[in-house]
Ligand binder design. Sequence first.
Ligand code: AMP
Length: 439
Amino acid sequence: MPTQFDPPSGTRDFLAAEVARRERAFAAVRAVFASYGFEPLQTPAFERVDVLLGKYGDEADKLVFKILRRGEHEATGEADLALRYDMTVPLARVAAAYGSQLPTPYKRYAMGPVWRADRPGRGRYREFTQCDIDTLGSASPLADAEVLCVHHDAMAALGLTDFVMRINSRHVLFGLLEVFAVPAELGPGVLTSLDKLDKMRPTDVADEISGRGLAANVANDLVAAMTADDALDRIRTVLKPSEIGMAGLEEVDLLVALVSAQVPPGRIAFEPRLVRGLSYYTGPIWELTAAGVPGSLGGGGRYDHLIAQLGGPDVPATGSSLGVERVLMLRPDEAGPPAKMDVAVTVLTDDLAAESFALAAQARAVGLRASVYLGGSAKLGKQLRWAAEQGARWCVIYGAAEREAGAVTVRDLTEAQQQTVPAADFTAYLAREAAARDA
Ligand code: AMP
């Protein structure tokens, strides 16, 4: 049962060990993004509500966290701002705002939290972190292929190889709507329902589609074609009369061929039932999935007209997003919490506190992490235990005898040996020890 001290459902607090685990993942992903020449972009956590709404499709629009107008306008109950739902629409706004000031192509990465008013569940949060790469200004399939390879390499950098990249194209889906003679006004709804084939039974999806107004026999045929054991062959045959559908198949095949030197064949597959919920996609789309992880690990695709929709130039665009939470579900066993300190300084009596405090400062001045014991003047044994808990390599013991001798005792907690060092040599000694440790 949640208590009053739990964070709101679908959000989490991260204590140090988890922060370290996440930071390691961010660093690995960031290094891959940068290695392909993508540059960073940071945008605000919230946007004007009109920027976000209408870009994702009706279902997703409902999940945008809106922010009520404030102060004297609060009583209107209207929202003028909203928390970002993803990193893509904010990027499109930036492109519309900065236009020609951005390089062409503009290859940018963004990493940070996004918010969705989703129903929380395993691996489904209301606040989660996305790592995005996008290329604006290139209509070349190479741009799609590059984004896909970056995504693939980011997974590899995290030590993950047991996943599948499922590829489709919106043009394949448009072709299917065409050959099954789905009326234009029903198209978006039918695609929304097909998107549920992964989580709902085919008969229920077919019922939902016929509930949207499509003849039941057509809905059944469409779902049967998408879910048959030989769906891949059936879809290729069925699409033959559709120009747009065939163009979609070519896009998929070209993408798979372009990435083949980097992405092994077993890790990439044409998946005609992949829809991707967001309505801004216009060409190839993809999703990464892995056994045991709910939903997808990541996904993306080409979204050529989104920037124009926001009032900017009609720039071609493609991108991919990696969800950190889902990726970390595949890496549960990692090293424990990292050491917090290099040097732990005892405070043996109150009158020595200022000198202990100064010793810690001296240690920091030579680049080591250092702090004093904050628990009052406890026995040395207790302070040594505290030093070990901090992961400190050295415990600096400074008592009346040391003060008398103008010296400092430095205990190496790993080697379990200690040395008395003249106070004047203290920092030089620590610097030498640290250099030896790091060599
Ligand atoms: P999307 O923008 O919906 O395509 O999502 C891209 C990625 O974000 C997904 O592949 C997931 O890894 C991650 N993601 C999406 N929704 C959630 C959620 N509610 N909780 C955690 N991760 C999510």
